[in-house]
Design a protein around this ligand. Structure first.
Ligand SMILES: Cc1cc2nc3c(=O)[nH]c(=O)nc-3n(C[C@H](O)[C@H](O)[C@H](O)COP(=O)(O)OP(=O)(O)OC[C@H]3O[C@@H](n4cnc5c(N)ncnc54)[C@H](O)[C@@H]3O)c2cc1C
Length: 223
């Protein structure tokens, strides 16, 4: 019996290949979105597919994307279905055979037609979600957007109503195959993203200290 919090499965989000890696857990989706730094926006623009790396923020049931009002991808996005992905590479899975090599990962795909946000209060809230997504505390610390900057910014809201998750963990799949007898090292080479030490702007006055909310991230894993 699926839990109430499980992701609804649609025709589009039905896992077909490697379906054992599929997850319908809303918690898995939230974890992947929370720990991602950027997403990829897949959108048709003038008849051609474009997949653009871009920042995002999450608030409740919505992913926010933003950019210049001149951005072709953001102008095109509300006209049709788009697909947004967030991917984490957790390790290389090195098998005995090249065929069985794989990647340990967590990934999410979200389908939908995004909504252009015009309400001023939601626009500020969405931009706040974007700023806070990567560096919690930065929205209140830095200068917030003025009228001119808000007018130059497009904000799109994409519902999380149609989303899928896939996760691979564990060792290579050929440990119980005839290839297991080969004298080939097999296993996982883990990969972990981490923030490094902050590098102050060379023109930053020395009197300005590093704020605690940035110190809190420095030299920590991206999680
Ligand atoms: C870092 C990384 C590397 C990968 N490398 C390879 C590779 O080299 N070769 C390969 O075949 N596959 C690879 N995959 C898996 C790949 O993303 C697809 O899941 C797989 O190839 C099935 O593709 P398909 O076109 O048959 O999709 P289908 O199984 O037809 O997809 C059906 C639906 O399942 C969901 N879905 C599919 N894939 C994902 C996903 N990754 N995350 C969330 N939802 C998903 C979507 O809702 C999609 O509409 C990789 C995944 C990641 C994250």
């Amino acid at each position: 019996m699926p839990e109430r919090s499980d992701l609804p499965v649609t025709t589009r989000t039905t896992h077909r290949r490697l379906r054992e890696q599929g997850s319908t857990s809303r918690r898995d989706l939230d974890d992947i979105l929370r720990s991602g730094v950027i997403c990829h926006l897949g959108v048709m623009v003038d008849g051609d597919p474009m997949v653009l790396p871009t920042a995002y923020g999450v608030a409740g049931q919505v992913v926010y994307l933003h950019g210049s009002v001149a951005s072709r991808s953001l102008v095109a996005a509300p006209q049709a279905t788009i697909c947004v992905t967030v991917t984490h590479v957790d390790g290389l899975v090195l098998a005995r055979s090249v065929f069985e090599h794989a990647v340990n990962y967590r990934s999410a795909m979200i389908y939908g037609t995004p909504r252009l946000v015009t309400d001023p209060a939601e626009k500020l809230a969405g931009l706040r979600a974007l700023a806070e997504h990567i560096v919690p505390g930065q929205w209140d610390y830095a200068r917030q957007p003025n009228k001119k900057e808000l007018a130059a910014t497009t904000l799109l809201a994409l519902s999380l109503a149609e989303a899928s998750v896939k996760i691979r963990t564990g060792p290579p799949d050929d440990g119980d195959s005839p290839d297991a007898d080969l004298p080939v090292w097999a296993g996982v080479l883990p990969l972990a993203a981490a923030w490094q030490s902050p590098e102050p702007d060379p023109v930053l006055p020395a009197s300005i200290p590093l704020p605690p909310h940035i110190t809190a991230l420095a030299n920590r894993p991206v999680r």
